[in-house]
Design a protein around this ligand. Structure first.
Ligand code: TXA
Ligand code: MG
Length: 313
């Protein structure tokens, strides 16, 4: 833990566990450190990053909270919710982390190692998922090491075992009392709507033309395994490996035999990786995925799978 905190303070990269996925951390106040995150991920620099802090008070030093944003933070932090809010004029976070926007995405992760590390570092930490851009997000320390094995950057990994939630945080933008869902994630939409007592606005580039391109990071092709992905499969065709869901599924791997959305989210990225490996071993040409209901965390799961299946650049 000490070594990890020292590395971050020196401007180096450290991967650490959160309840959602492993993050590739860097000092958010150092332009060079933030730039090296983009470089390590091979991420287009127009994609802004999430800043992680250990408490609500620390977030208040960076962005301006509206009453709606405060209500969400009080209810869900620490936890898998990211709030996009206006930067304060004195916000010390690198402008590069906002990728040219006047807003900043912040969250307080619910993982003891993440919180201890953030406390020790004493400054905000940017942490996109710790995988090369466009690929499957890591839910174990081994996944992180596999992803960066052929880069020369020194990347330390704090090993906290498998991530409990398994998909990234839900990202919402708060503008006054208008709250827009930018990315479905580990906190179900219904939980947020219950606190707001209203429906979230939806901004999805996949469902037709984007209303405003609020979240340039919502790239259509993302979270992709090496093999092509076919959705809505009723079974495996020749040359496919099959990812199932639910009790009747006769699949190579099953996200949740009891049809549970929370269990399925936790398994999603590890199983996509495992099917990539199985498919390669069998000379398969694609991963087929059975239908998954968009209820609870199913919305985030289906969102990730659609991106994994989208045409690749
Ligand atoms: O669960 C998570 O959120 C993980 C863990 C490590 O905390 N982190 C993560 O970060 O997924 P990242 O950088 O991969 O995801 C950032 C998402 C992207 O969809 C990006 O477009 C959006 O948040 N985002 C960040 N800043 C934004 C901003 N200022 N305005 C709109 N969207 C923003
Ligand atoms: Mg990511």
């Amino acid at each position: 833990m000490d070594a990890a905190a020292e590395r971050l303070v020196r401007g180096e990269l450290v991967a650490f566990p959160t309840e959602t996925v492993y993050g590739l951390g860097a000092d958010a106040t150092a332009d060079r450190a933030v730039a090296s995150v983009y470089a390590a991920k091979g991420r287009p620099t127009f994609n802004p990053l999430i800043v992680h802090v250990p408490s609500f008070a620390d977030a208040e030093a960076l962005v301006t909270f509206t009453p709606a944003a405060r209500a969400l933070a009080e209810r869900f932090w620490p936890g898998p919710l990211t709030l996009v809010l206006p930067r304060r004029p004195d916000c010390p976070v690198s402008l590069l982390a906002s990728a040219g926007l006047d807003t900043l995405a912040v969250r307080v992760p619910a993982h003891p190692l993440a919180l201890a590390l953030l406390e020790r570092v004493g400054r905000p930490v940017v942490a996109p998922s710790a995988n090369p851009s466009g690929r499957v997000s890591p839910t174990t320390a081994d996944h992180v090491l596999q992803g960066f094995s052929d880069t020369l950057l020194p990347i330390g990994v704090l090993d906290g075992g498998p991530c409990r939630v398994g998909v990234e945080s839900t990202v919402v933008q708060v503008e006054g009392d208008v709250v827009t869902l930018l990315r479905p994630g580990g906190l179900p939409r219904g939980a947020i709507e219950a606190v707001l007592q209203s429906e979230l606005r939806r901004a999805s580039p996949i469902a037709g033309p984007a209303p405003t391109l609020h979240s340039p990071g919502l790239l259509e092709s993302h979270y992709a395994p090496t093999l092509p992905v076919r959705l809505g499969a009723q079974g495996a065709r020749p040359g496919e490996v099959l990812l199932g869901f639910g009790p009747s599924a006769r699949a190579d791997l099953n996200l949740s035999e009891r049809g549970d959305d929370v269990e399925a989210a936790a398994n999603l990225f590890a199983m996509l990786r495992a099917l990539d490996a199985l498919g390669a071993a069998r000379g398969a040409e694609a991963i087929a995925v059975m239908p998954i209901p968009e209820k609870g965390l199913g919305e985030a799961i289906v969102d990730r799978l659609r991106r994994a299946a989208a045409p690749r650049p």
